[in-house]
Structure formats: structure tokens, C-alpha cells
Design a protein around this ligand. Structure first.
Ligand code: TRP
Length: 457
């Protein structure tokens, strides 16, 4: 019933916290989503916008979320209610809960596919997928099966729920500590193979040489959405994780470390996928299926490919799991804190809602024609969810968090929380300037230009 520190749980150590926050950040967003949105949005120029947004928006907002969470020791709704009682700010928290459940609903579909691909790798299916066409039709056949897609979605959510029931320390922290470093190593090996393929040069050029003519208003919004999604910002995940953080940790330094590794993994994933994509003659605009097409074909060109395939999809599933755990933790912390439910009940109900909401996304990979290509929009339901919740909801959420820290809670209080127990906030001046003037205005500017482009030109 009570929500004192012990019941809510807390991180075991600084290293554990950083690994858990990095585990939340590093996931399908870096390895599955980053390469395909880069492919769809013109390559290097998109990467440039993405890096720019990480520095000027992502990092300052992450510092804000950690501070709000640690100060309030609450879920996003509780945090805003505590700091700004009887105000509309709690609806920002509620938007976060809704966004968390919605993102989890389609994220777990893709996570389920990665689990499916472990089995494909074990069965030796990749041996027949040497060409991009073969890999692409194998993916289609796989994702079009309603039993598989829904079954894997359910399985993935169940595992996520199981870990979250065990609580932050027991479950999340241990797993992240062990496996993230291995994933990193594997990506380096795959990147080396990819860039040394014959014909990889064109992919490297696409990835590294900006072509300014490819900038569009929607690609800028996508870059912002990708930066926030990848860093798990804009919906209160980092508020919730910050709420388990002990008072003498250095928030600024932790945020820099998390942003650095998250970005590194995304950039590395780009070096795995994009050169291979061009070398294999696959379509850069293939969208969500991209890694499922490129990785099997890449492994085919590699000694020991079968083993690497099993390793890759296993580690990717685990990276996805440390992220789904953090997504689920948000509604669960909300139900535990605000509705006084116990953890188990909170988990089961959250998972139930998420599963129902995830079914249309699971059927959008070819199983149901209408969901695979939505009328009028022409995109599949999963991509539609990702645009609404990643690109729009997270951007609005991040903008509001910046405004909240800078103007409602105020610089003095936020910095006071960061400097608690005598921690020195090295980048105080820069952070203050960014969060007050740059971060919110930049997000607003991205929105205004999208609205302008959509309606007035
Ligand atoms: N950041 C994770 C990834 O890149 C996904 C994720 C976890 C997330 N928690 C989040 C995205 C909260 C947005 C908000 O895979």
C-alpha cells in the first residue's frame, strides 16, 4: 500500500543505474529503427539533424527528467502533481502513460519478430537468404502469419511483465549489466564485415556525405522523433527511472554517459546496415523490414554466419527487453503510486491493455490487408502508431518537460536538485541556457514548419 522508497525499489549502485538507463535507451530504436529511418530520409543529412537534436534537445531534457524524477520519487503523474499541485501539468503525465502503453504495443510486435528470427537462425533458414529479394519474401511470409505475430507479441509482453513484477533491482539491472557489452562487441564485428563488402562504398557515401537537397519538413520531424525515441525521452521513462536514483548521484554526468552510448550504438548500427544494404542491392527505403532483410543476407556472406545470426537476434531481443521493461515500468509505477495497486496487479492489467492495443499492429505485417495499408494514408498500422506516438507525442512531451523544468519548477529548483549533496553541475550555465531558450523553441520550430508545410504549401 505505501509507496515509500523500499516498496518502490531503488537502484543498487551508480553503475547499475547507468546500465539500466542505457538499457532502456539502447534497443530496437537504435538497431532496428535508426537505420531504416536514415534510409528513408536521405542518409547523412538526416544523421546530422539527429545528432544536432540529441545535443540540443535530448541531453538537456534527459537531465530535466532525471531531476524531476529524483526530486519527486514518483511516476510522471505523481511527479507533476507533487511539484505543481492542482494544475494541468498532471495531464502531461497522463499523456506519458498513454504514450508508454501505445509505444509498447507496437514495439513488442517488432521485439516478437526478433525472437522469431532467433528460431529462424537456429533452424538454418538464413542459408537460403543470400539475396535481398529472398530475404524480403521470407520476411513477408513470416510477418503475414497472424498466429506467429500475435503469439510472439504475447510471449514478449509476458516475459516483460514477469521481469517487471520482480522489480527494478532484481530484474532490470542484472540483465542490463551483463549483456549490453556483448551486444556492442557483436555490432563492431558485423560493422567490419559490412564495410568491407564489395560495393559497400556507395552505402558509406550515403551514410556519411550529406546531401542538403534531401531535407524535407517531415524528415526533420522524424529526426527529432528518432532522437527522443532512442533516448527514451518525452513520456516519463527517465522521470520514473530517475525516481529510483539515489540522492548523491551525478545527474549531469549520468545523462552524458547514457546519451553517448546510445548514440554510439545507433551510429554503429548504421555502419552495419547501410553499407551492406547498398552492397546487396536492397532498397534503402524498405522501412521497418530493413534489418530483417539485410542481416540474414549479410550473415550469408560471412564465415560462421549462422552462429553470428543466433547471437545477433538473441542479443537484439534482450536489448529490446531492457527497453520494453522500461516502457512498462511507467504505467506500472503510475498504478502503484497513484491507484495504490500492488505491483503484480498493475503489471497484469497494463500488459492486458497493451496486448489488445498491439493486436492491430501485429496484423499490419500482411495478415490483414486493411491494416497493412491503411485507407487514405497508404501506410501500415504499426508505422501509423509510430508516427503518432514517437514523432508527435514524444516531441510534445519533451517540449513540455523543458518548459516545466525551466519555467514552472524553475531553474533554481531544478539545479538545486542536481547539485544536492554537493555534486558539482559542470554544465550548469550551458544547460540553463539550452533548456530556457533553445530546447523548447527548437521543438516548436520543428512543429511550426511541419504544420506550415502540410497545410500551406
Ligand atoms: N529507447 C528505446 C529504444 O531505442 C525505446 C524506449 C524505451 C522508449 N523506453 C522508451 C522510447 C520511452 C520512448 C520513450 O529502443
Amino acid at each position: 500500500m505505501t509507496t515509500n522508497l523500499q516498496d518502490r525499489g531503488a537502484w543498487g549502485s551508480r553503475f547499475g543505474f547507468i546500465m539500466a538507463a542505457a538499457g532502456s535507451a539502447i534497443g530496437l530504436g537504435n538497431i532496428w529503427r535508426f537505420p531504416y529511418v536514415t534510409g528513408q530520409n536521405g542518409g547523412a543529412i538526416f544523421v546530422l539533424f539527429y545528432l544536432f537534436f540529441i545535443l540540443l534537445i535530448g541531453l538537456p531534457v534527459m537531465i530535466g527528467e532525471f531531476s524531476i524524477g529524483r526530486f519527486s520519487r514518483k511516476n510522471p503523474v505523481g511527479a507533476f502533481k507533487l511539484i505543481a499541485p492542482r494544475s494541468g501539468w498532471k495531464y502531461l503525465g497522463l499523456l506519458g502513460i498513454l504514450t508508454g502503453i501505445s509505444i509498447l504495443s507496437f514495439y513488442a510486435v517488432i521485439a516478437g519478430y526478433t525472437v522469431g528470427y532467433i528460431f529462424k537462425a537456429v533452424r538454418g533458414d538464413f542459408a537460403q537468404l543470400g539475396s535481398a529479394e529472398a530475404a524480403s519474401s521470407a520476411y513477408e511470409a513470416f510477418s503475414a502469419s497472424p498466429e506467429l505475430s500475435i503469439g510472439l507479441l504475447f510471449a514478449f509482453l509476458a516475459i516483460t511483465g514477469f521481469i517487471v513484477i520482480r522489480g527494478v533491482r532484481g530484474g532490470i539491472e542484472k540483465m542490463a549489466k551483463l549483456l549490453m557489452p556483448i551486444l556492442f562487441l557483436l555490432l563492431i564485428i558485423l560493422a567490419i564485415r559490412s564495410v568491407t563488402l564489395e560495393g559497400a562504398g556507395k552505402g558509406l557515401e550515403f551514410y556519411l556525405k550529406p546531401d542538403f537537397s534531401k531535407v524535407t519538413s517531415s524528415s526533420i520531424l522524424t529526426a527529432l522523433g528518432q532522437a527522443l525515441f532512442s533516448l527514451s525521452l518525452g513520456m516519463g521513462t527517465m522521470i520514473t527511472y530517475g525516481s529510483y536514483l539515489s540522492k548523491n548521484e551525478d545527474i549531469g554526468k549520468s545523462a552524458i554517459i547514457v546519451c553517448f552510448f546510445d548514440t554510439l550504438v545507433a551510429i554503429l548500427a548504421g555502419f552495419v546496415i547501410l553499407p551492406a544494404l547498398f552492397a546487396l542491392g536492397a532498397d534503402p527505403e524498405a522501412g521497418p523490414r530493413l534489418i530483417f532483410v539485410v542481416i540474414p543476407s549479410l550473415l550469408n556472406n560471412m564465415p560462421g554466419g549462422a552462429v553470428f545470426g543466433i547471437g545477433f537476434f538473441t542479443l537484439l531481443s534482450i536489448a529490446a527487453l531492457t527497453s520494453t521493461v522500461s516502457l512498462l515500468e511507467v504505467p506500472v509505477a503510475y498504478f502503484v503510486d497513484e491507484w495504490k495497486w500492488n505491483r503484480k496487479k498493475s503489471v497484469i492489467i497494463s500488459i492486458g491493455i497493451t496486448f489488445m492495443l498491439g493486436i492491430p499492429s501485429a496484423l499490419a505485417g500482411g495478415a490483414v490487408g486493411f491494416l497493412t495499408s491503411l485507407p487514405k494514408l497508404g501506410i501500415d498500422f504499426l508505422s501509423f502508431m509510430s508516427i503518432v506516438f514517437n514523432d508527435f507525442s514524444l516531441s510534445i512531451g519533451a517540449c513540455m518537460v523543458a518548459l516545466f523544468a525551466a519555467y514552472r519548477w524553475g531553474i533554481k529548483n531544478t539545479v538545486g536538485e542536481i547539485e544536492r549533496e554537493g555534486v558539482k553541475f559542470t554544465y550548469k550555465a550551458i544547460w540553463t541556457f539550452l533548456i530556457r531558450f533553445i530546447t523548447p523553441i527548437l521543438i516548436a520550430a520543428v512543429f511550426i514548419q511541419v504544420i506550415y508545410q502540410t497545410f500551406f504549401s
